[in-house]
Design a protein around this ligand. Structure first.
Ligand SMILES: [Zn+2]
Length: 137
């Protein structure tokens, strides 16, 4: 099943990038997003505008922060990411291969499917990189 929120892969990467900054006093700016995502500033600006329109992101005096909706989406993506890469690593992929592939899937999977996989895996506590999996059931 597919998730009902439709994001592109670039939008997904942007949400995770900004989300990883968390509540830091130094949120990312447009130019940093462009640099880290390896795109030109006008491309990053388009991306940011789309995320603002989707209610995921807010711009405050040039600084970019996730909205509550954006934060929830970011946690959901990260959680799916870790469950999916754990599944792939169990079936023989290296942690790095699993991680790369999971980035293409984590944002399109719905929560219920991810939870089912998580349960089938025996509710693992950490992903192949040793990061915590926190599935809220
Ligand atoms: Zn990963």
């Amino acid at each position: 099943m597919l998730n009902t929120i439709t994001l592109t892969r670039k939008e997904r990467d942007c949400i995770v990038l900004i989300g990883e900054r968390g509540t830091s006093d130094f949120p990312l700016r447009l130019i940093e997003v462009a640099n880290r995502m390896n795109v030109k500033p006008p491309t990053a600006l388009n991306l940011i505008k789309r995320l603002v329109a989707k209610g995921m992101l807010k711009r405050e005096r040039g600084m970019l922060r996730l909205t509550d909706k954006g934060k929830a989406e970011c946690s959901r993506i990260i959680e799916s990411h870790r469950v999916i890469e754990t599944m792939m690593a169990r079936y023989g992929l290296s942690a790095d291969e699993a991680c790369k592939l999971s980035c293409n899937l984590d944002f399109v999977m719905d929560e219920e499917s991810v939870n089912r996989i998580f349960t089938e895996l025996g509710k693992p506590k950490v992903c192949p990189h040793g990061k915590k999996i926190e599935v809220v059931q």
